[in-house]
Design a protein around this ligand. Structure first.
Ligand code: AMP
Length: 218
């Protein structure tokens, strides 16, 4: 395994992207850059951007392209990303964001774009039982007998249901994925940059498929 990689992970929300991205970032020793985590952190800090984003997020909408492009451009300029690389999770989500990302990464092109493919019916099921550590982003599955408060095994943070994991919000996000984000599959595949990885199965098997496809591309 060679450390360092510039990887984009696409896929429906609830496809297990977050957990797999955390694992990939440890495996390749690169930062996990999740735009959703960045927005949730801004919301917790109560910044103007964070509070405006929270309203959009809770309703299952998409935050404006210009804001997202600015946030990501600033983050990718930081030394950890320029020297080691990154796992980009949750960006791009629209074709406009993808074309901006091409400009942002012109000097250090992306090695691989992976579509972590999980059918809509399966993600709907997973999202209803999803719980997430609000500090480190580790995902858990609720089975109905969880302690309260629920403490994260990895970092000791609070494990909670996300405010945007309500049925209405989930359906809206999945609809937006089909109209706004799934065109990125063609966008990247027409440039020969895309690998589709089957995201259904045991997380260890999915992780192995992901690292195999990264190695095949680098
Ligand atoms: P995630 O944690 O990736 O599921 O993102 C949570 C929410 O943050 C999304 O439902 C959007 O409201 C917002 N968000 C995250 N990334 C983006 C993006 N690239 N473009 C627009 N909105 C985003």
């Amino acid at each position: 395994m060679i450390p360092g990689a510039r990887i984009i992970i696409l896929g429906r929300q609830g496809a297990g992207k977050g957990t797999q991205c955390v694992r990939l970032s440890r495996h390749y020793v690169v930062p996990h850059i999740s735009t959703g985590d960045m927005l949730r952190a801004a919301a917790r800090e109560g910044s103007e951007l964070g509070l405006a984003a929270k309203e959009v997020m809770d309703a299952g909408g998409l935050v404006g392209d210009e804001i997202m492009i600015g946030l990501v451009a600033e983050r990718l300029e930081k030394a950890d990303a320029t020297t080691r690389g990154f796992i980009l999770d949750g960006f791009p989500r629209t074709v406009k964001q993808a074309t901006a990302l091409d400009r942002i990464t012109a000097q250090q092109p992306i090695h691989v774009v992976i579509d972590l493919d999980v059918p809509r019916e399966i993600v709907l099921e997973r999202l209803s039982s999803r719980r997430v550590c609000r500090d480190c982003g580790t995902n858990y599955t609720a089975a109905g007998q969880e302690p309260s408060p629920w403490i994260c095994d990895v970092c000791g943070g609070d494990v909670q249901q996300r405010a945007d994991d309500t049925p209405d919000s989930v359906n809206r996000r999945l609809d937006l994925y089909e109209t706004q984000t799934s065109p990125l599959i063609d966008y990247f595949s027409s440039r020969g940059a895309l690998t589709v990885v089957n995201g259904v199965g045991h997380p260890d098997h999915v992780f192995k498929r992901l690292t195999d496809s990264v190695e095949a591309r680098r």
